[in-house]
Design a protein around this ligand. Sequence first.
Ligand code: MRU
Length: 381
Amino acid sequence: MSKRVVQEPLDGTLWLGRDGWTVCILDQTRLPHETVVRRLTSMEEVAEAIVTMQVRGAPLIGVSAAFGIALAMRRDASNGSLESAYVRLMSTRPTAVNLRWALDAMRAHLAPLAPADRASAAYAEAVRLRTADIATNRSIGEHGLKLIQDVLKRKKGKGPVQILTHCNAGRLGTLGWGTATAPMYFAHESGIPIHVWVSETRPRNQGAALTAWELGEKGIPLTVVVDNEAGHLLQRGLVDLVLVGADRVTSRGDAANKIGTYLKAVAAKAHRVPFYVAFPGTTIDWTLEDGVRDIPIEERSGREVTHVYGADAKGRPAEVRVTPPSAQARNDAFDVTPASWITGLITERGVCKATAAGMRKLYPESAPRKNAKAAVRKPRR
Ligand code: MRU
């Protein structure tokens, strides 16, 4: 089989405007019905774009926040402005740890500089983080591709390789090829026949709206299914591999991802289907060990459950209510899959077991020392 290497990342999710300082984003709340580009000119606009999920997905949230700091420094490069931008951006979404990672990196880079030098340094650093994420996606794609090739071998070359994914851990949630989707793009480009089951991902439908849109754009065969279909597909032997992303992974491999991921992992294990989580090193929270106890889970508005956004018969964006007006709704945006349910982790440094030892091997410089006590964290509630 000829291997075609994907040369360039796919289309952008965040880029600098021609003026060299405004931050342009593809508004993900409008996809797939409309392609709307927004120009963000202040830190507060970036914060709002993250809160409202115009930009979303752990790596993209982190890089967006970095550009938010750059915009803040352009307006006022004082210590107070740096600190208040850090605090405001950190408050936007609590689960994806890439946000903290990027903000810490920006603050550490800028704080020692003279205020007059901070704006240009902030832009340069934010651009560097953006570029690094593209390279990271590429490596994840290359490592994940091998897993897909192995599945094809196991199937004696009889494709397509059937992949189940959840939410959008795609190029829309990153700066390059995505995390869970990167191996899919690389496999498709290499001529490996794949078919992707895209789980709709209620309540915000990132699977049905975003993953279906971006994979479809590149000609990858896919079928959207309701979230509850995953068990049925796994039971019938219609899935060879589950590939999902993550918003925060602990030092022993517990992984927080979009609500509904955990159920898929349980069903996959019950049916002996490999379940892999793909993410960059920036998604690892080395201060946490027990993800179920300690990863903060974002609780979003119940309106996202009671109402559904889509397009009407004329293709116009529309929102409809699906519950009785009086119904209460709870909306935990993420769940945690304990490491024991995960077959393996795909990172930019390679594939490892979802164990502390596996992760330590890949990230020896960051992992807690073997006998060090795990950081003690208060339970969330
Ligand atoms: O709430 P979202 O849409 O930001 O959640 C996104 C996910 O759960 C993704 O799987 C994860 O961030 C990985 S994005 C490459």
